[in-house]
Design a protein around this ligand. Structure first.
Ligand code: C2E
Ligand code: MG
Ligand code: MG
Length: 428
């Protein structure tokens, strides 16, 4: 049997187009887009403008899912094949496209009188999935997508509560000078205590980012970590704290002022705060992010590039923001001692970092042979389960007191003891 099929199409980043060429010219682009879609869809099927930059295609007698998907792919191509020309300008656009069909692996019953509503919803869900995957593509609706949407909604409502109810906590993973075992800083890592179980950040950070909840969440993390860092420093430990930042947090209105206010409020010197940004953020070439990071750096805050080396950033990107620290991704460290290529790459990053005057921190040190390889190649700092796991703040204090981190394969409490009041040689 043939069934109703719906294709939903949303232009990617169209708001930016409107902002740059104006709404009048933006409308002309939309009209051209509509013509391209109309020319691609068979004459007996309907193309409708659905929202500002959204279109829906109703295929009344859809054949196989493969046929529908093929049409969807052609629509993606119709938008991206060549730039739009408006007011003497060329505008390259892409589209996110979702496909759904009544009664087909869609959780939609075949019989109801009006299955179109459900099919539309499903096509919309698939379209969002295409958008999340970066746009310029088509996705076919599958039943699990709906379950995903429900799960995300649950996370959003749960997280809202978590922030106000104090269900979030921070763990701190020590950052250690490899030669001496000295703890020079600690990275704050957020945890969510949900119904007595700890939820790892990767379970909820994506949803927090999409929903915008990352902004209040990130602010809470920053305030908490700065307060902790200030408390440690008052106890005469010259350590710094590192906080991870997401893109949306950095571009939120008033970001720089909020960081300054939190530093003032907690009494943490700006030079004792390190912010970590993923190298992906730098590649997106968002001028606003680079500007904001430069403002922080101007205030004295240290800048670290996180998960460096997994292929998004080139060395050229390292010059776009004022950097102080490179954190080598664990996938490199994992290969040390048995994978020649990874070993060579790690050695290169360590050398380049040195030559650029940057501090290099190796992440994910789990085995003694990785540790000795890193020392041999002159990597000065490290983090990892072998050295110390993420832990509650008192655990870090105990380590600072005893210098009990394992950086030599010896028992905890190893060689580099020093008095808590000893002036630190390094601060992060
Ligand atoms: P990251 O910033 O690269 O943090 C390091 C992650 O590696 C942490 O995972 C840590 O527990 C884990 N790790 C440390 N040593 C080892 C090791 O030796 N082996 C292995 N296998 N893993 C190790 P976690 O806490 O699950 O955090 C994951 C990511 O979530 C972080 O990666 C960071 O990007 C993000 N994140 C965590 N807290 C926050 C936060 O407060 N705000 C933001 N925006 N992102 C956060
Ligand atoms: Mg990090
Ligand atoms: Mg990392």
């Amino acid at each position: 049997t043939r069934r109703i099929g719906v294709i939903f199409l949303d232009l990617d980043r169209f708001t930016a187009v409107n902002d740059s060429i104006g709404h009048g010219a933006g409308d002309l682009v939309l009209a051209q887009a509509a013509r391209r879609l109309r020319a691609t869809v068979p004459v007996h099927d309907t193309v409708a403008r659905w929202g500002s930059d959204e279109f829906a295609v109703l295929v009344e007698n859809a054949g196989s899912p493969a046929e529908l998907a093929e049409l969807a792919e052609r629509l993606v191509g119709a938008i991206s094949a060549e730039p739009f020309r408006v007011a003497g300008q060329q505008i390259a656009l892409t589209a996110s496209v979702g496909v759904a069909q009544a009664g087909r692996d869609s959780g939609t019953p075949d019989h109801p009188d009006d299955p179109t509503g459900l099919v539309l919803r499903n096509a919309d869900v698939a379209m969002s999935r295409a958008k999340e995957a970066g746009g310029d593509r088509a996705e076919v609706y599958a039943a699990h997508m709906h379950a995903d949407v429900v799960r995300r909604l649950e996370i959003v409502t749960g997280l809202q509560r978590a922030i106000s109810n104090g269900e979030l906590t921070l763990q701190y993973q020590p950052i250690v000078e490899l030669a001496t075992s000295r703890v020079v800083g600690a990275e704050a890592l957020v945890r969510w205590w949900r119904d007595g179980e700890v939820v790892a950040p990767r379970e909820f950070l994506g949803v927090a980012e999409e929903s915008g909840l990352i902004v209040p969440l990130g602010e809470w993390v920053l305030r908490q970590a700065c307060a902790q860092g200030a408390a440690w420093r008052r106890a005469s430990w010259d350590v710094g704290v590192s906080v991870n930042l997401s893109g949306r947090q950095i571009t939120a209105p008033g970001f720089t002022a909020r960081v300054a206010a939190i530093l003032a409020e907690t009494g943490l010197p700006s030079t004792a705060l390190t912010v970590e940004v993923n190298e992906r953020i730098l590649v997106e070439e968002d001028g606003l992010i680079a500007d904001r990071l430069a403002e922080l750096h101007q205030m004295g805050v240290r800048m670290a590039i996180d998960d460096f080396g997994i292929g998004y950033a080139s060395l050229a990107h390292l010059r776009q923001v004022p950097l102080d620290i490179i954190k080598i991704d664990p996938s490199f460290v994992a290969g040390l001692g048995h994978d020649d290529t990874l070993t060579l790459l790690t050695k290169t990053v360590v050398q380049v970092g040195r030559e650029l005057g940057l501090r290099v921190i190796a992440e994910g040190i789990e085995q003694p042979r990785q540790l000795s390889a890193l020392r041999e190649m002159g990597c000065d700092y490290g983090q990892g389960f072998l050295v110390a796991r993420p832990m509650a703040a008192p655990g870090v204090e105990a380590l600072m007191r005893t210098e009990g981190v394992r950086t030599s394969g010896e028992a905890p409490g190893g060689p580099a003891k020093h008095e808590p009041n000893e002036p630190a040689r390094l601060g992060m």
